[in-house]
Design a protein around this ligand. Structure first.
Ligand SMILES: Cc1ncc(COP(=O)(O)O)c(C=O)c1O
Length: 450
């Protein structure tokens, strides 16, 4: 198929939106009640889904059930959190036990230390602190870099997302007209309400543009506190770093006395047992974790070298939070990390990936669509392109309605996946689960070639 027929695309989208609405009448009606007490009817802006907000009810293993009772294979996994699977018996048992023993003391408990010891072994970084979300982890990591170096500037990659802190919430998915040239992107606030002033402490680069990182360090290296990025960006689709990128960034940051911060909130314990650190064999100064390590309870973690964490360990820099190291989250994290996300599960993810990649090949040859996929462990994503995407700008050029139509085919075919974001596998997913996704993908491709 050389050129996409816009009328065909519009017609298919309208048909699939109507089909989904027919299956979710209770969600659609419930949204009216929800909007009266809950701003916009949701707890987080990202819960406002197209074509209508859907409300959840329960989950078990690899499946979730919505308010209407529809059963979905869950490839959304709660923004990449539920790699342990829903209601995993090991996590349920750990949480049940902890609830009965009290859930909050403003004191570290034994589990707090045991989770830190486990993370130290798993990621090769000796010193840890906990918080409750990925946003708090990135915010604390950047503060550590600034406190330790006495410098203000942070190098940040366009199209990576580091959560909601005002000082970082720039250029996650910016309007490229506002961001300017790819070689020198300007920081664009992610939403209204973020003072542009915060952007003055950021220096933006495009992913995989080493020349831009070199230029910034050459021009202002003595003002840079650190560089933060997702070691495999999973917020611009799935974008693989080019060969040598990690090593070169490590060398540059070290040479200029700046800290290298891996935001492994999405990749940590999902793409490999030891995340990107294991995958690339490059050691950052600091790593941010959250999402999957908590098995479904709120958590964030920052780990670092002895040098990087010294300013926290000796009390010079305050790292705070009422619920930091909450015993319930720690119990869930200990069970998740030591009993569920064990070394053996990562090979199973790769087996399922091979099957999904074969379906992508099939869909491409049936439809002639530019279509490929990138997968890393439990995470993967489609790319509507013949060539691997290199950065956010490559992704931005993709026909968004095509992405949306694929999402609608999955939703109406009983697979809950994020609209355009990477999918997540859990330890509970099996061949039948991914088989449902594969049939929907092929049906999508066939509809476009009709
Ligand atoms: C790479 C990355 N860092 C940080 C965050 C923020 O995490 P949280 O939503 O738990 O605050 C996210 C959230 O999606 C993320 O993808």
């Amino acid at each position: 198929m050389a050129v996409l027929d816009p009328a065909l695309l519009d017609g298919l989208i309208a048909r699939k939106e109507a089909e989904l609405a027919e299956r979710q009448p209770r969600s659609i009606a419930f949204a009216e009640r929800a909007r009266r007490a809950l701003a916009g009817g949701v707890a987080c802006s990202w819960h406002m889904l197209d074509p209508h907000t859907m409300y959840g009810s329960r989950g078990a293993g690899s499946h979730v059930v919505d308010l209407d009772g529809n059963d979905f294979v869950d490839l959304h996994c709660g923004f990449g959190v539920m790699v342990a699977g829903h209601a995993n018996p090991k996590v349920v048992e750990a949480v049940r036990r902890r609830v009965g023993e009290g859930t909050h003391f403003a004191l570290p408990v034994e589990d707090t230390v045991e989770v830190a010891e486990h993370l130290a072994e798993r990621f090769g970084l000796p010193s840890w602190r906990f918080m409750n979300s990925g946003s708090e982890a990135t915010s604390d990591a950047v503060r550590i870099a600034r406190a330790t170096t006495g410098r203000d500037l942070i190098v940040r990659v366009e199209g990576c997302y580091h959560g909601s802190p005002d000082g970082l919430d720039f250029s996650g998915w910016p309007d490229v007209a506002a961001a300017g040239p790819r070689e020198r992107p300007a920081p664009v606030p992610q939403t209204v309400g973020i003072p542009a002033l915060f952007g003055e402490a950021l220096r933006m680069v495009s992913m995989n543009d080493l020349a831009a990182v070199q230029r910034i360090f050459a021009e202002e290296g003595d003002r840079v506190a650190g560089m933060i990025f997702e070691p495999i960006p999973l917020n611009m689709g799935v974008v693989a770093p080019v060969d040598g990128y990690h090593e070169a960034v490590r060398e540059l940051t070290r040479r200029h006395g700046a800290m290298l911060i891996y935001d492994e909130v999405k990749t940590g314990a999902t793409i490999a047992y030891g995340g990107a650190i294991e995958r690339f064999g490059v050691m950052p100064d600091l790593i941010c974790l959250a999402k999957a390590i908590g098995g479904g309870l709120p958590i964030g973690a920052v780990g670092g070298t002895e040098d990087a964490m010294a300013i926290v360990a000796d009390g010079t820099m305050e790292q705070e939070g009422t619920f930091n190291g909450n015993p319930l989250s720690m119990a869930a994290a200990k069970a998740t990390l030591t009993e569920v996300l064990t070394k053996d599960v990562y090979e199973r993810f790769e087996e399922l990936n091979r099957s999904m990649l074969a379906a992508v090949d099939d869909a491409r040859s049936r439809s002639g669509l530019p279509l490929r996929a990138e997968t890393f462990g439990a995470r993967g994503g489609l790319q509507f392109s013949d060539e691997p995407l290199r950065d956010f700008r490559d992704r931005d050029a993709v026909e968004g309605r095509l992405v949306y139509l694929e999402y609608l085919f999955q939703m109406t075919g009983g697979v809950f996946e994020p609209n355009g974001d990477p999918w997540t596998l859990s330890v509970a997913h099996d061949r039948d689960d991914v088989g449902r996704w594969e049939s929907n993908l092929v049906a999508f491709a066939d509809a476009l070639s009709a």
